[in-house]
Ligand binder design. Structure first.
Ligand code: NAI
Length: 345
């Protein structure tokens, strides 16, 4: 029996993991708390830990898990910026779910954009109170507008296809532009200068942290709409708020927020929110915030559970090779994944 400590467990996680894990004799210890230095000992006696985006998997946590004999850290997310893969190398194997439904995230980005630009959230509230006035609800056509996409991986490319369906002009920036594609790649500065809408689909790395800061916003068109369904740290939220107050940024659609870890995914409705910046952003009429919900579709939840269970099982199989392992050995994680023929260590 493989025992897995499942941190930050939510009601919607359990059915799919039990469905895919039970036939393989996997036992999940569902824990509501997040993984961090205070909660790491709850994994004692487990072979694996399963973590999500706001669990803290730093060097101290990894060392403690190693002492407890935990063999594998299974991320049930694509992004792995919350795991110190350097520190894990040679001690604990780290696996992730590279793709579970890029459609879910791309479609949510579009849902946010349409809601914001066509003021659907405002209309919904008005008509519920029999207020049928149209004042203040004027939007703009997507058709003919230029959208700048930063990061043209799985999600970015689906987002691009959808935008093209609307008749939008797409320009993009990626550190590693896709070969053999018809995407028009431009420099970041050109993208900022030409885009009516900027949508973020790149990972959070040391390089991309605060990619959207005051100087980036300065280069953007007046009225630009900024969409972030990637990671909160890509945007300097203070600078975004200033851009909104200065009427430079026309609207912001945020599914992620840099300081979301202790706020998102929880019901805080009866509490005072101890984050003035987020409170200010939410109070703006042209800001829409969803709490890291872009991934949340039936299809994605099933794919996440199926791949995570298979990742854990493959570690305990005879070969022990898992295609979805993240290893720091060659210094280029994604490339290392493609070339793996044996266990990373
Ligand atoms: P992917 O790995 O397929 O694509 C990422 C792209 O970003 C690649 O083309 C890569 O070359 C590019 N990139 C890397 N460094 C860059 C840089 N410095 N500047 C510009 N581009 C750079 O990843 P995928 O599946 O498309 O996911 C993108 C991001 O979406 C993830 O990193 C994750 O943070 C986020 N995400 C958010 C979810 C949500 O629920 N809100 C769910 C799933 C993913």
């Amino acid at each position: 029996m493989i025992k897995t400590a499942f941190y930050d467990a939510k009601e919607y996680d359990k059915p799919s993991f039990e469905h895919y894990g039970n036939p393989h004799d996997m036992q999940f210890r569902f824990l509501e708390t997040k993984l961090n230095e205070d909660t790491v000992d709850l994994a004692k006696g487990c072979d694996a830990v399963c973590v999500f985006v706001n669990d803290t998997v730093n060097a101290a946590v990894i060392d403690r898990l190693y002492q407890h004999g935990v063999k594998i850290i299974a991320l049930r997310s694509a992004g792995y910026n919350n795991v110190d893969v350097h520190a894990a190398f040679g001690k604990i194997h780290v696996v992730h779910v590279p793709a579970y439904s890029p459609y879910a995230v791309a479609e949510h980005a579009i849902a946010l954009l349409l809601t914001s630009v066509r003021r659907i959230h405002k209309a919904y509230n008005r008509t519920r109170e029999f207020n049928f006035s149209l004042n203040g609800l004027t939007g703009f056509d997507f058709h003919g507008k230029t959208v700048g996409v930063i990061g043209t991986g799985k999600i970015g490319r689906i987002f691009i296809d959808i935008c093209r369906g609307f008749g939008m002009n797409v320009i993009a920036y990626d550190l590693y532009p896709a070969k053999d594609s018809d995407i028009e790649y431009v420099s970041l500065d050109e993208l900022f200068g030409r885009s009516d809408i900027v949508s973020l689909h790149c990972p959070l790395t040391a390089e991309t942290r605060h990619l959207i800061d005051a100087s980036a916003i300065e280069k953007m068109k007046k009225g630009v709409v900024i969409v972030n369904t990637s990671r909160g740290g890509l945007i300097d939220a203070e600078a975004l708020l200033e851009g909104i107050k200065a009427r430079k940024v026309g609207a912001a659609c945020l599914d992620v927020y840099e300081e979301e870890a202790d706020i998102f995914f929880e019901d805080r409705s009866g509490h005072i929110l101890n984050d003035d910046l987020l409170s200010r952003l939410i109070s703006m009429p042209n800001v829409i915030v969803t709490s890291h919900q872009a991934f949340l579709t039936e299809e994605a939840l099933n794919n996440i559970a199926e791949t995570t269970v298979s990742n854990i099982l493959s570690y305990f199989s005879n070969s022990g090779i898992c295609d979805n392992e993240l290893c720091y050995r060659c210094g280029h994680i994604e490339q290392c994944k493609k070339e793996r023929k044996q266990r990373c260590f």
